[in-house]
Design a protein around this ligand. Structure first.
Ligand code: NAP
Length: 317
């Protein structure tokens, strides 16, 4: 998969969207950064947004800002969900199934990154793997029947960081007890998310299920609170400096790939979408080259089976 500058020299931009009236999008981690900006774009095109967030106060504040900017008539609601707690993910997903009649796309955007010291979730998973991968793996699985009924999509927000670690899954020590490194584990968690996208596509194809589309994308280098929320003091300092440089783009632009994958017709599911400029930090949104290790079938199958075991959730196709 080579880099492709789709949609002309400017790449994909939200100007392409006409109306999304009647469409429903679920977004995890929607109270800040790219998730917030994606919500704003979709709401501005008349879509209904359901935020799946962990922090009620930040969510109320985010909704207040959105209403101030877009008007009180926007259709935005919130269901509490902590991706770091599998019971919370199950509870939120069950609530979605009761309250929300359709899902045009589930955008798996929420994440933590560069956690300085090993932390375990309540379920005993290393925190970045637990939040970014296992949390979303379970959420996708429980919501899949409704997504399928809606002929909807799953969009996974990965990271170019998937290339910056050991480039595989450390199956013999998934929690990195022996060699914990903030970046190594973040990289593995993002690789796990991306690998699961292409593995799910293959499983759906084998099952003859063509109604759901599954996409992987990344936001480039975007000015958000990601490192501020979970990174060490030093990483936060370096990232603050980087954010001041022209290498980093706005959170709004960082949200374009996930919005594009949620709504654009005729996108090749095998693509990996994001900004196509230097090092894929910013630039016109199109298709980025995917490193071969992200498509290693043996690793992907093993990861899928392990993820089903760890989340105690068996996908039914
Ligand atoms: N910014 C970049 O340059 C960059 C680069 C590559 C990839 N990404 C990816 O882009 C996506 C969006 O991140 P961002 O940059 O926009 O960062 P962000 O502003 O920190 O947004 C992350 C969101 O995830 C939420 N979140 C964190 N832990 C959660 C949990 N346990 N349960 C539920 N929600 C949780 C956060 O909620 P709280 O507000 O409660 O903390 C926040 O809303 C992530 O998948 C990230 O890996 C970002």
């Amino acid at each position: 998969m080579a880099t492709k500058k789709l949609f002309g020299p400017k790449g994909w931009t939200p100007d392409r969207i006409k109306t999304l009236k009647g469409k429903t999008y679920l977004i995890t981690g929607a109270n800040s950064g790219t998730g917030f900006e994606a919500s704003k774009i979709l709401l501005s095109k008349e879509a209904k947004i359901v935020m799946l967030n962990r922090n009620p106060k930040k969510t109320t504040d985010a909704i207040t800002v959105l209403k101030k900017e877009l008007g009180n008539n926007i259709d935005v609601s919130f269901i509490h969900m902590d991706l770091a707690d599998q019971s919370s993910v199950r509870k939120a997903a069950e609530e979605v199934l009761v309250k929300i009649p359709r899902i045009d796309a589930l955008i798996c955007n929420g994440a933590i990154a560069q956690v300085p010291r090993q932390q375990l979730t309540v379920d005993g998973f290393e925190s970045q793997l637990g939040v970014n991968h296992y949390g979303h793996f379970l959420l996708q699985g429980i919501l899949f029947p409704l997504i399928e009924k809606s002929k909807g999509r799953i969009v996974v927000v990965g990271s170019e960081g998937y290339k910056m670690g050991i480039k595989t899954i450390q199956f013999d020590d998934m929690n990195w007890d022996k060699n914990y490194s903030p970046n190594g584990v973040y990289s593995q968690s993002k690789l796990a998310q991306i690998m699961s996208v292409y593995e799910l596509q293959d499983r759906l194809k084998r099952a003859g299920k063509n109604d759901v589309k599954i996409y992987a994308c990344h936001p480039g280098a975007s000015s958000t609170s990601l490192i501020k929320t979970s990174g060490s003091l030093m990483t936060r300092f370096i990232w603050q400096l980087m954010k001041l440089s022209p290498m980093v783009q706005s959170a709004e632009k960082g949200s374009y790939p996930e919005v594009m994958c949620a709504i654009e017709a005729n996108l090749d599911q095998k693509g990996f979408y994001g900004p196509t400029g230097w090092s894929y930090f910013k630039g016109p949104v199109g298709e980025c080259e995917l490193a071969p290790h992200a498509l290693d079938k043996e690793v992907a199958k093993k990861l899928w089976n392990l993820s089903e075991k760890e989340t105690k959730f068996k996908w039914v196709f």
